[in-house]
Design a protein around this ligand. Structure first.
Ligand SMILES: NC(=O)c1ccc[n+]([C@@H]2O[C@H](COP(=O)([O-])OP(=O)(O)OC[C@H]3O[C@@H](n4cnc5c(N)ncnc54)[C@H](O)[C@@H]3O)[C@@H](O)[C@H]2O)c1
Ligand SMILES: O=P(O)(O)OC[C@@H](O)[C@@H](O)[C@H](O)[C@H](O)CO
Length: 387
């Protein structure tokens, strides 16, 4: 059994690659980072260090590596003969990996079972996003895409920080993990991945993960950044930050319980577990990594505006989420390209235009005025800031 996995970064090596390896797949890592691919090609194995409660070390071997930027023919051949393709490259990168996947699917020999494609990104229905890009570059002469590939959405959860320099290919991760996969597209032929959970209705799980783990995590990052803190565990040790994060998760809990029918107690236990994960002092995770790409995180269906908009539509003012959105607007990390772009939008546009551009909210949406007020305040701060 062979899996081609795009993105040999933190979650690629520390989670998806590990679980596929443990399921018995030979893993072919595809990435555009030359040094990383050279390291993987030269190595026989790497270690995944699980830190926190019940720490453990797992070894991943039986992998190969291909440079998806420079070795297209080899990549297509690998995909043509694979059982599974997974990605962990970032939602905005999916469109760039899609053409090679389309060519690989088109090159499969007749009689092979359909290629099983799963995007493992923090985004609602990331595999659907990937499939749309594959459809756009699909060559109709190759026959029916639906006959040659099956696409399943997934929700992936494991905190994998940026790795310390000098660690080579080894990855430090938390002990917790969850990979939930939509079973329905496989029609009885789902892959056997012992570390994954297959469900018939994935939607509630994806939203619960994104609007609890990622909303809470990003809130800790932005409040922590405002407080001048570096590590997520230090941010969570700050009483004010922890209280603000907790208040945000109370609001998303209210939405998730009423929208998806999770019981109040079940959702509270989920929140408690996640708050404990954020405090893990053994994870060298930073507000910079977790807060990365604020424009993506502030977009319409993402972890802040998504739940806040739905609460506002239900007549609830999401005060705590608005506080986190205000903190996100202040994430002016000069090393983050999206944070720099956010600053530029705030500087160059009128509040209403900036709000529309950053959040995708329509001006007549019940959340718009409140967010626009925050944008206005943020702009005023910049004007007032000393040069
Ligand atoms: N790190 C986590 O805790 C975590 C947990 C769950 C989900 N995720 C999601 O997983 C995805 C990856 O996150 P990460 O933390 O591993 O990031 P990362 O930056 O560590 O890894 C991304 C990898 O993708 C590679 N890449 C970029 N463009 C590419 C391309 N065109 N083709 C092939 N490879 C390409 C990069 O070189 C990098 O190695 C994101 O969607 C993220 O939201 C991350
Ligand atoms: O990967 P992002 O940028 O969408 O979000 C940053 C973190 O919140 C995220 O990577 C978490 O560590 C992960 O989603 C935990 O499962």
């Amino acid at each position: 059994m062979k899996a081609v996995h795009f993105g040999a970064g933190n979650i690629g090596r520390g989670f998806v690659g590990l679980l596929l390896h443990e399921a018995g797949y030979e893993v072919v890592f595809a990435d555009v980072a030359d040094t990383l691919i050279a390291q993987l090609a030269a190595a026989d194995s790497y270690s995944v260090h699980e830190v926190g409660e019940n720490p453990a070390v797992r070894t991943v071997d039986n992998f190969r590596a291909v440079n998806s930027g420079t070795q297209e023919a080899q990549l297509i051949e690998e995909i043509a003969t694979a059982d599974i393709v997974t990605t962990a490259v970032g939602p905005h990168i999916l469109k760039f990996v899609a053409p090679a996947i389309a060519k690989g699917i088109a090159s499969r020999a007749a009689g092979l079972p359909p290629l099983q494609v799963m995007a493992c990104e923090n985004a609602i229905n990331a595999t659907d996003i990937l499939r749309e890009s594959i459809v756009s570059s699909w060559d109709e002469a190759a026959g029916s895409l639906a006959d040659a590939a099956v696409f399943a959405n997934t929700a992936v959860d494991r905190i994998v920080p940026n790795q310390e320099p000098g660690q080579g290919l080894d990855v430090t991760v938390e002990t917790f993990y969850e990979w939930v996969i939509d079973r329905t597209p496989f029609g009885g032929a789902a892959p056997v991945i012992p570390g994954a959970t297959f469900v018939d209705e994935l939607g509630p799980y994806i939203e619960r993960k994104l609007f609890t783990v990622n909303t809470g995590h990003a809130s800790a990052a932005y409040f922590g950044f405002e407080a001048g803190l570096e590590k997520i565990s230090d941010a969570m040790a700050d009483e004010d930050v922890a209280a603000d994060v907790r208040a945000v998760l109370d609001e998303t809990k209210q939405l998730l319980v009423s929208k998806h029918g999770f019981s109040y107690d079940e959702q509270e236990a989920y929140v408690q577990k996640i708050l404990a994960r954020f405090t893990n002092p053994h994870l060298p995770d930073t507000v910079h990594r977790v807060g990365r790409a604020p424009l993506r995180k502030l977009s319409r269906h993402e972890r802040f505006i998504g739940p806040a908009a739905e609460l506002a539509e239900r007549g609830i003012v999401p005060e705590a989420l608005l506080g986190a959105i205000a903190a996100a607007l202040r994430f002016n990390d000069p090393a983050d390209a999206e944070a720099v772009e956010l600053g530029q939008i705030l500087a160059d546009s009128e509040p209403a235009a900036a709000t529309e551009r950053i959040t995708g909210l329509a001006q007549d949406h019940p959340l718009f005025a409140a967010v626009c007020g925050l944008v206005e305040e943020r702009k005023a701060e910049d004007v007032a800031a000393p040069a």
